[in-house]
Design a protein around this ligand. Structure first.
Ligand code: ZN
Length: 256
């Protein structure tokens, strides 16, 4: 929200969008305080996923996926902290790159000319970044991003249906649950901002969306790691940190 509680270090807002949080309430360096800090759990969760992927020597694509979640969260922090146009792009462009990565992880097994797929996605990502930096895509960005997300659904559904392990299925359910709840809170924050602003306490719907999306990405990556390990016959199973937080354990063949 454009009214600031204190002078801003970054100057006037130049991003095309703002969220339902009062600007510069806690520090002149952070425009949207809660929307910035709420990205920290995503970085922490991606670090847990990355450590596990490296420790178990999963294919590099999974490490890249976890790292891209971290980059996304850092980009989002920069955007919400500054509300500047350039930083908005540092949030939005990695969102598309990450979705291209998911499409690669989900569909690369079926792509006929396997080596062409990474090249195609790489070029797509580069062209998108250039176009997005030059032209303000606005609604077209949202439609394009949603279309990429929707392309992931058929394969995720297929993986879910073919997974018999109850604990792995539960991870996929948590992925869906965090996505739906996060989406609702995002919409709620967006649609009812004028009413929410009058409340004594702002429920910070967008910050809640960030936290839930951090968990959502972790659950998605963990479920995909489980499915990939099963394809490679690494005998995956779900284990729990502190008895409740899931991660994948595997048992490779001796020669692997
Ligand atoms: Zn955000």
């Amino acid at each position: 929200m454009s009214d600031s509680a204190m002078p801003s270090f970054w100057g006037p807002v130049t991003s095309s969008t703002e969220w339902c949080e009062k600007n510069y309430t806690h520090s002149p360096y952070i425009a949207e305080f809660y929307n910035t800090l709420s990205n920290v759990p995503c970085i922490f969760l991606a670090l847990i996923g990355l450590t596990n992927a490296l420790r178990l020597r999963f294919e590099k694509r999974f490490s890249v996926l976890h790292i891209s979640n971290m980059i996304l969260a850092i980009g989002s922090m920069l955007f919400h902290a500054t509300l500047q146009k350039t930083q908005q792009q540092s949030d939005e462009t990695p969102m598309v790159w990450e979705m291209l990565l998911y499409l690669y992880v989900l569909y690369s097994q079926d792509w006929h000319y396997r080596s062409t797929m990474p090249i195609f996605f790489f070029l797509y990502g580069v062209v998108f970044a250039i176009v997005h930096s030059q032209v303000h895509l606005g609604m077209a960005f949202k439609v394009h991003y949603t279309a990429l997300c929707l392309l992931c659904i058929p394969r995720m559904y297929k993986y879910y249906v073919y997974t018999k392990d109850i604990a792995a299925k539960r991870i996929a359910q948590m992925y869906l649950g965090t996505l739906c709840l996060g989406g609702l809170l995002w919409l709620f924050d967006r649609m009812f901002c004028s009413k929410i602003s009058l409340w004594y306490i702002n429920p910070q719907g967008h910050a809640c969306w960030h936290v839930l999306m951090g968990f959502n990405a972790y659950f998605e990556n963990t479920f995909l790691m489980f499915c990939r390990a099963r394809q490679l016959q690494w005998k995956p199973r779900v284990a729990y940190i502190f008895g409740f937080f899931p991660y994948v354990k595997i048992q490779k063949h001796k020669q692997q």
